[in-house]
Design a protein around this ligand. Structure first.
Ligand code: C2E
Ligand code: CA
Ligand code: CA
Ligand code: CA
Length: 277
C-alpha cells in the first residue's frame, strides 16, 4: 500500500501554481468553446491610405468565456497550438469570416477580410486545400481574403511553407507577412516567400514620431518592400500624425487604435457608417 501522509500533500500543494491549473482548465474548455460557439470575431479596419477608404478588415478572435468573461487570443492561441486544436480553431475563424463576408455583401458593403493563420496550419496540406475549397463552396472570391502569417511560421520548415504559400497564392489568395521585423527569418528566406504584402509590426510604429531609429527602420522597410514589389501595411497607428507620416511615405495601408480598436460586428458597422472614410 502506498502510504500518503500529510507531508506528501503539502509538497504536492506547494508545487501547484495557480496559473498552471488555469491553463489546464482552459485546455479542456477550449474544445467545448469552439463547438459551443463561445468564440467571437472582432473586426479592426485597415485603411487604404491611397484611396482613403476602408477596404479591408482584420478578423481577431475572442473567447467569451461563460465564467471568465472575454479571454484575449494571446492567452488561448498558444494553448490551441500546443494541444492540436489550431486546425479546428482556424477553420472556425475562416467559416465565421465567410458568413460575415456575406452579411456585409448583403448590406452593400464590399469588404476584404484578413485572417490570422498559425504555423501549425501552414504545415498541413489538407488545411490549405480546405481553405481554397471552402471559399469556392461558399461563393466567396478568393481575392476577398488575405491570410496573415508570421515570419516564424515559416522558419521551422521553410521548404514546406513555400510550397503551401505558393499553392494558396496561385489560387488567388493574398498573403501577408505579419509582425514583420520581429521574427528570426533572414532576408534570404523572405526573398523566397511568395507573398503580397508586409505588415510592419506595431512595435516600430507606435512611437514612430518620437523614435528616430523606428523612423529609419520603417522608412527602409517601405523602400525594401516597394523595391521587391510588395505592399506595406503599418499596424499600431495610435495618432493622427503617425497616420499622416505613413501616408506621405506611400505606405499602402494603415491599422491601429487611432482609427479603431477591434470591434464586434454591430459596433464595427456603426463605426463604419459614422467614419469619415
Ligand atoms: P496580431 O495579428 O499582430 O494582431 C494585432 C494585435 O494588435 C491585436 O491584438 C490588436 O488588437 C492589436 N492592435 C491593433 N492596433 C493596435 C494599436 O494601435 N495599438 C496597440 N497597442 N495594439 C493594437 P489582439 O486582438 O489581442 O490579438 C493578439 C494576437 O493574437 C494577434 O496579433 C494574433 O497573433 C493572435 N490572433 C488573434 N486572432 C487570431 C486568430 O483568429 N487566429 C490566430 N492564429 N491568431 C490570432
Ligand atoms: Ca495579424
Ligand atoms: Ca501583427
Ligand atoms: Ca502580433
Amino acid at each position: 500500500h502506498a502510504k500518503i501522509n500529510k507531508r506528501d500533500y503539502q509538497i504536492y500543494d506547494a508545487n501547484i501554481d495557480k496559473n498552471s491549473i488555469e491553463r489546464f482548465q482552459l485546455i479542456n474548455e477550449l474544445k467545448e468553446a469552439i463547438e459551443q460557439n463561445q468564440l467571437v470575431l472582432y473586426y479592426q479596419p485597415k485603411l487604404n491610405l491611397v484611396q482613403q477608404k476602408i477596404t479591408h478588415v482584420e478578423a481577431l478572435v475572442r473567447w467569451i468565456h461563460p465564467k471568465r468573461g472575454i479571454i484575449p487570443p494571446d492567452t488561448f492561441i498558444p494553448i490551441a497550438e500546443k494541444t492540436m486544436q489550431m486546425d479546428a480553431l482556424t477553420r472556425w475563424v475562416i467559416s465565421e469570416a465567410i458568413t460575415q463576408y456575406h452579411r456585409w455583401q448583403a448590406k452593400g458593403v464590399n469588404m476584404c477580410i484578413a485572417v490570422n493563420i498559425s504555423a501549425e496550419n501552414l504545415k498541413d496540406e489538407q488545411f490549405c486545400h480546405w481553405v481554397i475549397d471552402t471559399l469556392a463552396h461558399h461563393s466567396v472570391p478568393v481575392s476577398a481574403f488575405t491570410l496573415e502569417i508570421t515570419e516564424d511560421a515559416v522558419v521551422s520548415d521553410p521548404k514546406l511553407a513555400v510550397k503551401q504559400l505558393t499553392l494558396l497564392r496561385n489560387n488567388g489568395l493574398t498573403l501577408s507577412i505579419d509582425d514583420y521585423g520581429t521574427g528570426y527569418s533572414s532576408l534570404a528566406q523572405l526573398k523566397q516567400l511568395p507573398v503580397d504584402e508586409l505588415k510592419i509590426d506595431k512595435s516600430f510604429v507606435q512611437k514612430l514620431l518620437h523614435t528616430e531609429t523606428d523612423q529609419i527602420i520603417v522608412q527602409s522597410t517601405l523602400q525594401l518592400a516597394h523595391n521587391l514589389g510588395l505592399k506595406v501595411v503599418a499596424e499600431g497607428i495610435e495618432d493622427k500624425e503617425t497616420l499622416q507620416w505613413l501616408t506621405e511615405r506611400h505606405c499602402e495601408m494603415g491599422q491601429g487604435f487611432y482609427l479603431s480598436r477591434p470591434l464586434p460586428e454591430l459596433q464595427f458597422n456603426d463605426w463604419l457608417s459614422q467614419s469619415e472614410f
